[in-house]
Design a protein around this ligand. Structure first.
Ligand code: SAH
Ligand code: SF4
Ligand code: F3S
Length: 455
């Protein structure tokens, strides 16, 4: 394809959006646009958007808003809103961003090229938010396309799209559509290509990976893990997200038995209060959640656990919030992602009574994060003196007192443990992509520090 210009892609949102942006880059590449990191050079600007919380949505509008002025000096510039806000807003997006050219919904990627042509032929505004059964199959392979040649050790691979769980706070079922799983052959082929290009770690993505393939009647998620476990060159397999109501014994056995599957599970609990969990439509109780964790710990005693929490859900009382705090005390997660509830007009909870005021949400969020910081510090302290296998991801720029490099020739590197903790260490060589044993000497809430074992 003949060179048409440069493309700048700005990504907001979850890991799935990071993966989607790589696909967008590959499509644009097929279409003659080379990726650039220099906004001034761009002939096409894409903002891949997220609508999970109000703040994320505002970020998208403010990023795209900047181009009103730039387009006056550069009239040929094509501006694109892609992803979840695009899907949610459709043509309403032009009201807030009048200079926008393309609104590209989450299931319209395969038609992106035609939409660009339509704009180039003189139509100023086009919208495509139609649904699609296909996911990614018709799109170019990112492992060989531009934008993906960044020599990354760890890559995301989306295995399913959409969600039908309808948690009452969440926009995902409305912006990502019905649950669809990719064919196992297509996933395995993509990971094979990535492995050949030097990728060592894969994170499989879906809103609820435990229900992978169920609708299609194909292989189950644990069976898919087993196939990926056989791929040469891949050293580690991670996945997100698991829904507690669908966590099967087979998945627990897969974590225990498949050597490349990391001993780490991200299992969002959202709240420790049964009243709130019911209103959220999560489909499990606090007791059921705790039971799943004890099954897991019985078979995988060393498992690292992380979770997502929402504070300030409508009608969350002080007692409900304390139930969540107690749960964090009881389970002692290795890490958490915590959010203040954000009202989304397309989700049912927006109409619930007893909305919590913003200040109270902020106070609860701070209290929760402070508690978790202590728990994480305590868990990380327990690792001091132990030897941990680290997959080296790159050079680290983080400095720390008393941890100076031994000599000028030493580089400071960083990687992750199986439990997904960041580990910093000095090394004589560029060890990117290697699996190295590190003796842990110091621990902080967000990082571990050590030296190569035996060095
Ligand atoms: N499918 C995943 C979550 C996807 S969204 C799951 O079910 O676990 C990621 C996280 O964002 C959620 O786990 C939740 O904690 C948070 N989230 C979703 N909607 C939210 C809202 N309206 N306000 C605040 N946080 C929200
Ligand atoms: Fe949203 Fe719930 Fe689906 Fe997760 S499971 S994406 S929180 S609706
Ligand atoms: Fe956001 Fe869409 Fe992901 S709403 S969290 S980018 S699925």
């Amino acid at each position: 394809m003949k060179y048409k210009g440069s493309a700048y892609i700005h990504t907001i949102g979850c890991q799935m959006n990071v993966y989607d942006s790589e696909k967008l880059a590959a499509i644009l590449n097929d279409y003659g646009y080379e990726k650039t990191d220099d906004l001034d050079k761009a002939d096409i600007v894409v903002c891949n958007t997220c609508s999970i919380r109000h703040k994320a949505e505002e970020k998208a509008f403010s990023f795209l808003g900047r181009f009103a002025r730039i387009k006056k000096q550069k009239p040929h510039l094509i501006t694109v809103m892609a992803g979840c806000v695009a899907q949610q807003e459709g043509k309403k997006a032009f009201k807030r961003v009048p200079h926008l050219n393309i609104v590209l919904g989450t299931q319209a990627f395969s038609r992106f090229g035609q939409l660009i042509e339509t704009v180039q032929s003189g139509k100023e505004r086009v919208v495509d938010i139609a649904g699609s059964q296909k996911i990614y199959e018709a799109l170019p392979d990112t492992s060989v396309a531009f934008g993906c040649d960044e020599n990354k050790i760890s890559r995301f691979v989306t295995i399913m799209q959409g969600c039908e769980n309808f948690c009452t706070y969440c926009v995902v079922p409305y912006v990502r559509g019905k649950e669809r799983s990719r064919k196992p052959e297509s996933i395995v082929e993509e990971i094979n290509c990535l492995a050949k290009s030097g990728v060592k770690e894969i994170t499989l993505l879906g809103q609820n990976v435990n229900s992978y393939g169920q609708k299609e009647g194909g292989i189950s998620f644990p069976q898919l893990l087993s196939k990926i476990n056989d791929i040469n060159g891949i050293h580690r397999i991670r996945f997100a997200t698991s829904h507690p109501k669908d966590l099967s014994m087979d998945l627990i056995y897969a974590i225990r038995d498949l050597e490349k599957v990391c001993n780490h599970l991200h299992l969002p609990v959202q709240s420790g209060s049964n009243k709130v969990l019911k209103k959220m439509n999560r489909g499990y109780t606090r007791e059921k959640y705790i039971n799943r964790i004890s099954d897991l710990k019985k078979h995988c005693p060393q498992i690292a656990l992380s979770t997502d929490i929402i504070v300030g859900f409508p009608s969350e009382s002080k007692d409900d919030f304390n139930d969540t705090m107690n749960l964090l005390h009881e389970i002692e997660f290795d890490s958490i992602f915590a959010f203040a509830y954000s009202d989304r007009s397309s989700a049912p909870a927006a109409k619930f009574s007893d909305q919590i005021d913003e200040r109270q949400k902020r106070d609860r969020l701070n209290a929760l994060l402070q508690l978790q910081e202590r728990v994480t510090q305590k868990k990380n302290n327990e690792l001091i003196g132990s030897i941990i296998k680290v997959l080296v991801e790159g050079k680290s720029i983080k400095k720390r007192d008393g941890f100076e490099q031994n000599s000028k020739n030493m580089k400071q590197m960083a990687g992750r443990s199986e439990s997904n903790k960041i580990v910093h260490f000095p090394s004589e060589h560029d060890t990117i992509g290697d699996m190295i044993k590190i003796k842990i000497e110091d621990a902080y809430p967000h990082s571990l520090w050590g030296h190569p074992a035996g060095a």
